[in-house]
Design a protein around this ligand. Sequence first.
Ligand code: GLU
Length: 287
Amino acid sequence: MNFVTVTRFAPSPTGRLHIGHAASAIRAHDHARAAGGRFLLRIEDIDGTRSRPEFIAGIEADLEWLGLTWDGPVLRQSTRLDAYAAALETLRGMGLLYPCFCTRAEIAASLSAPHGGPDGPLYPGTCRHLSAAEASSRFAEPHCWRIDMATAVARTGPLRWHDARAGDVTADPLAHGDVVLARKDAPASYHLAVTIDDSWQGVTDIVRGQDLFAATHVHRLLQALLGLPTPRYHHHPLLTDANGKRLAKRDGAPTLAALRDSGIDGVALADAVRAGRLPDGSAAASA
Ligand code: GLU
């Protein structure tokens, strides 16, 4: 039996990394290294409209600058589409998926009093009730695939997962409603691809920001449905600015590339982040 700790950093190459990403990558890296384990780099590039090759190159350069090393080849999700298709086929075979033809505008219009989920308004279930004949007559139209969450939850029964800070957590995937597992414009959604790849790569410990805590409810459900193991979770606090606001590039958080170009030593910066000291414009971690 092998008990090696495996962690990963899994950025989406839709922009340059900033100091918040660095803090997350450092945590995942150090968690593996402290345990004598492996740290993997995975590029979540299935969003063809927003992913860019120059951002992928930038991610690797940024991590190297910080003095972080990863094990084995970098996995790109764009090479894993067959695995996502196979999982979708399995879930379809279990009768848990349905095609959804709704546009964003139609969904918004059908929500008289939007009932919010962790990721925004909950899908009202319009297409869940389409007959098979009606659905197949519309397959030429753009459509995504959603999971029938109530049926899926009834099938798995109660589920739990463990978070290093929150302790034992009861999974609540129903709070997310019928989430999309295959997008109109991408062959898989984040939820599906991340769950499959974490299992396929043997990730034992998922170290990532608190912003993805709620998504774990959906991931735990997918693990149960697809017979995949459940890793340990370590959701860490996000970095905030001096006003307590989450650091985000759009709000002017400095990119790692900009810090590097300004002559800052990346290894020293990584050590400062480890010690809770951040460059100007970014302050302490909050819950
Ligand atoms: N690709 C996701 C992001 O950049 C993170 C995935 C994860 O850590 O689960 O937000």
